[in-house]
Every structure is written in structure tokens, then in C-alpha cells.
Ligand binder design. Structure first.
Ligand code: FES
Length: 148
């Protein structure tokens, strides 16, 4: 994992059923209101790109590949985001040409598209601590236990 912990890779066990798909592609189609500080992938065109990817995968005969729309994948700032499992490789896919390149290089040929890959250096900004928000809310309501 990006933080150096071992993560979930390699957790397949003897006796597990075989994978249902050879590859599972998640395309973030989350949409936030215009002006949201994190933006959203749908606002950057991900819904159309997902439809295009699905149609092209079918045309290419990629029967073992499932293209799914996903909710927010929490790397909004770097979207439109796509993640491919079981590899866990992330891409920023902005155009139909990007889609074609990922399909051909990654899903057909088993390679990678380095120019589009998100890496461990693509880290969203830290979230605001929830406790502060709770304290502000309590204080605003005039409840005990709010910030002094
Ligand atoms: S809106 Fe797409 S990753 Fe969050």
C-alpha cells in the first residue's frame, strides 16, 4: 500500500472460488455540485468515458472484463479515475484516446500505460478532523461539552 503497510495483496487462499472476471474495471461516476472543492469525476466527463469504455471492450471481445461505474474512489483531485483489479492499477482517463490506450495496452496486451497511471504520489489532501466539526456543531447549538 502507499503507506508502506502490507495491504490486502496476496490474500487469495487455496479453496477460494476462481475469480468471476479476469479483470474488473471501476470507473468513478460520482458527481458533486459545481464548485465543490474536491471536484468530481462525472463533472470531468467520466460517465461518457465509462459508456465508451464499455462499448469498446465489447467490440474488442473482452468477455472476461467487466466495466462498472463506481461511486467516489477518493482520489477525486486526480480524476476521472479508473482502477483495474485484481492488479489494483489506477489511471487518470480524460479522453476517448486514453480509454483506447488503457484497453489496448493494459487489458488486451497485459501491459501498462505509465503516462496515465496514478502512483503513490497522487495523494488527496488530508480531510478535516471530524472532531473539530463535531465540537463546532455542539458549540453552535449551545450544548455542554462544546469548545470553551
Ligand atoms: S469523485 Fe471520482 S474519485 Fe472522487
Amino acid at each position: 500500500m502507499a503507506d508502506g503497510t502490507p495491504g490486502l495483496a496476496g490474500r487469495a487462499r487455496a479453496g477460494d472460488p476462481p475469480p468471476w472476471f479476469e479483470a474488473h474495471v471501476f470507473v468513478c461516476c460520482n458527481r458533486r455540485p459545481d464548485g465543490h472543492k474536491r471536484g468530481s469525476c462525472a463533472a470531468k466527463g467520466s460517465e461518457g468515458l465509462r459508456d465508451y469504455m464499455k462499448a469498446r471492450a465489447k467490440e474488442l471481445g473482452l468477455s472476461g472484463v467487466r466495466i462498472n461505474m463506481a461511486g467516489c474512489l477518493d482520489r477525486c483531485e486526480f480524476g476521472p479515475t479508473v482502477v483495474i483489479y485484481p492488479e489494483g492499477v489506477w489511471y487518470k482517463v480524460e479522453t476517448k484516446n486514453d480509454v483506447d490506450e488503457v484497453l489496448a495496452a493494459h487489458l488486451v496486451a497485459g501491459g501498462r500505460v505509465p503516462r496515465l497511471m496514478l502512483t503513490e504520489h497522487h495523494v488527496p489532501p488530508p480531510k478535516e478532523p471530524k472532531r473539530q466539526t463535531d465540537e463546532r456543531t455542539r458549540e453552535q447549538r449551545g450544548e455542554e461539552g462544546g469548545a470553551a
